[in-house]
Design a protein around this ligand. Sequence first.
Ligand SMILES: Cc1cc2nc3c(=O)[nH]c(=O)nc-3n(C[C@H](O)[C@H](O)[C@H](O)COP(=O)(O)OP(=O)(O)OC[C@H]3O[C@@H](n4cnc5c(N)ncnc54)[C@H](O)[C@@H]3O)c2cc1C
Length: 309
Amino acid sequence: MHPQLTRIITQGEILVDEPLSQHTTYGIGGAADIFVRPASRQELAGLLQYAARKNLPVTVLGSGSNCLVNDSGIRGLVISLAGTMKELRIQNGTVVAAAGVTLGHLVRRCLEAGLTGTEKLVGIPGTLGGALVMNAGAFGEQISTHLVQVRVLNFHGEEKVYDRQDIQFGYRSSTFRPDEIITEATFQFETGAPQKIAQLLKQVSGARKLSQPLNERSAGSVFKNPSSDISAGMLIEQAGLKGTIRGGAEISPEHGNFFINRRQATAQEMAFLIKMAARTVKQHFGIQLELEIRTLGFEPGFWEEAGLA
Ligand SMILES: Cc1cc2nc3c(=O)[nH]c(=O)nc-3n(C[C@H](O)[C@H](O)[C@H](O)COP(=O)(O)OP(=O)(O)OC[C@H]3O[C@@H](n4cnc5c(N)ncnc54)[C@H](O)[C@@H]3O)c2cc1C
């Protein structure tokens, strides 16, 4: 289909008509025309230059743990750094990690090096790239807290370096440009007492297991919490929606903000529940929910009828 690609991607992986259900934690999503995992920054830069020359649309994915991909899939090129670009080095509390490193690996390596600051992120799935874009976090700690610098490639394959203060981070949001791919990040952590670090890790893992359906296929919280004292999950629960089923999709009976692919759910079934929950919460409480998950491959305006941009 694109024979030149095999000259650019020599170490990485190229898959044609690849079902994105294999690359999202929901296990939902139609095929990507071309799915590529570049093995290095050089391969990624070459790939982006090629896509720009050929006018191929580019979509970026990490582990797909915060994404709902439509059943019709994604046209053009889908680039994922999950399972690739995983180098990580630590020196004197400075951690330099490639964007394909998983948060779990980052937490583990910091623990081994006796560094404190990532403990509360334990259990959040996904890559560092996805975590930075989402400003992933839990229990009051965010991935951006100890960030020093980020390297990106724009969609023309040109490199740019951002200092922490160049990027604004909010609640599950950041100002990274949609036409840039994060390739590497640098963090600075303090040394901590090993016992304290291990204890906090245990506490956080325990709290997660108690409150979240971790054995089900989900993308974590679907909606952002409207405020620090009103949770989306509680509103959905109080609206009586926990356990609601549409085809193979279900609002978790355990956690109102976790929507689950119970039995080969389609994106349309999941989207039906998401819109229904947003509309019902608006009717009952006058509160407009906002999506936390990213939606890919839906027509413009698809989410607007439920007030979801
Ligand atoms: C069971 C479960 C629990 C979860 N708990 C939490 C939680 O406690 N806190 C929390 O914040 N999140 C949570 N999440 C959501 C999710 O894990 C995080 O948002 C995670 O950081 C997403 O990383 P990812 O690699 O999967 O990104 P993806 O879902 O693949 O992508 C997310 C966004 O980032 C973009 N992106 C990905 N990689 C790059 C890159 N290299 N450069 C540029 N853009 C990129 C994508 O285009 C997309 O817009 C949970 C998810 C699950 C399934």
